[in-house]
Design a protein around this ligand. Structure first.
Ligand SMILES: [Zn+2]
Length: 316
């Protein structure tokens, strides 16, 4: 009867698996995210095959490249690693797997900022234009969804127009709206190549104040107004109220939530050091995110949970 009266249950179709693909081809456990691995391009194919076999519809792709440059133009080169990833995965999986591209300058620039800055000021237009160029070449290589992560004003507008100009009207934009959070830390260590401290603009200032829901909703309004097809609320756990709010104000807008690296680390720590049952814990968090209104959840547990759902109803 409990199952009968339940309004929803997290299903495999709700899950998006984030993967880290390394240009140097080395496969090893990500030190800051125990249980998750860096993948080579070939490993990425087998991991994506697992996702397809388990019924997980989409992956979020993070490329870890060998050489970053000053302005990130390495992203636009014909032999750019990200383009190889999309070409390879699109050729292998076609329409059986949705390829989402995390598009941000920090993946390509030596200073690892998400935006261009000048004298301590964020250059929104310049950043947005470059993100548009990156989105266009990645769509051409096979990305199905562009997920701009820089939080730059104008980024969605520039990406939409760059995509449309080249005839990629069917490539969707899924825009990140992030609150500032210490929960991103394990991810930053996973993606960062430099241990150099950043000078100039504090990158936490690009994100929305963690307690200011007005700023958050202004960002949502801006991105939706510029043509975002979906938004990602990030992190999930500390923003459940904001997921409710977005869903309330935009009932027709698909909303994703990102259970980020710090949330993943918390669950792992509870499991390993406080003897919680990992499956029960993970399902409770994912169901709470879903109940808040998320249509999709990005989680490092995606494959684990899909296998769990497929294999048994024990956590039901
Ligand atoms: Zn970034």
């Amino acid at each position: 009867m409990i199952r009968l009266v339940r309004p929803f249950e997290i299903s495999t179709s709700d899950l998006i698996y984030p993967i880290f693909v390394r240009e140097d081809g080395r496969k090893f456990e990500i030190p800051s995210m125990k249980g998750q691995e860096y993948l080579s391009l070939n490993d990425a194919v087998s991991t994506c095959q697992k996702a397809v076999d388990l019924g997980v519809p989409a992956v979020m792709i993070f490329g870890v490249i060998k050489g970053k440059d000053a302005d990130g133009s390495v992203a636009l080169k014909e032999d750019a690693f990200h383009l190889k990833i999309f070409k390879k995965l699109k050729a292998e999986f076609g329409e059986n797997l949705v390829l989402i591209s995390n598009v941000c300058l920090c993946d390509f620039t030596k200073d690892e900022y998400c935006v261009y800055t000048e004298n301590g000021k964020v250059q929104n237009e310049k950043t947005a234009k470059m993100l548009g160029k990156i989105a266009a070449v990645q769509a051409e290589a096979g990305a199905d969804i562009i997920a701009p992560a820089a939080m730059a004003d104008g980024q969605v507008r520039h990406i939409r127009s760059a995509l449309d100009k080249l005839g990629f009207g069917d490539v969707a934009i899924m825009s990140y709206i992030k609150t500032d959070s210490c929960l991103f830390k394990p991810f930053f260590s996973a993606m960062s190549q430099s241990a150099a401290s950043r000078v100039g603009v504090d990158s936490s200032k690009f994100r929305v104040d963690v307690i200011n829901e007005k700023m958050f909703m202004q960002k949502v309004d801006l991105d939706v107004g510029e043509g975002a097809d979906m938004v990602i609320v990030k992190p999930a756990l500390t923003n459940l109220d904001l997921i409710v709010r977005v869903k309330h104000e935009y009932p027709l807008l698909p909303v994703a939530a990102y259970q980020v690296s710090g949330e993943y680390a918390m669950l792992k720590l509870l499991t390993e050091h406080a003897h919680f049952d990992e499956d029960t814990l993970v399902m409770e968090t994912l169901n709470s995110i879903k109940r808040a209104g998320a249509d999709m959840v990005l989680t490092y547990y995606a494959l684990h949970v899909a296998a769990l759902i497929k294999g048994s109803l024990k956590t039901g």
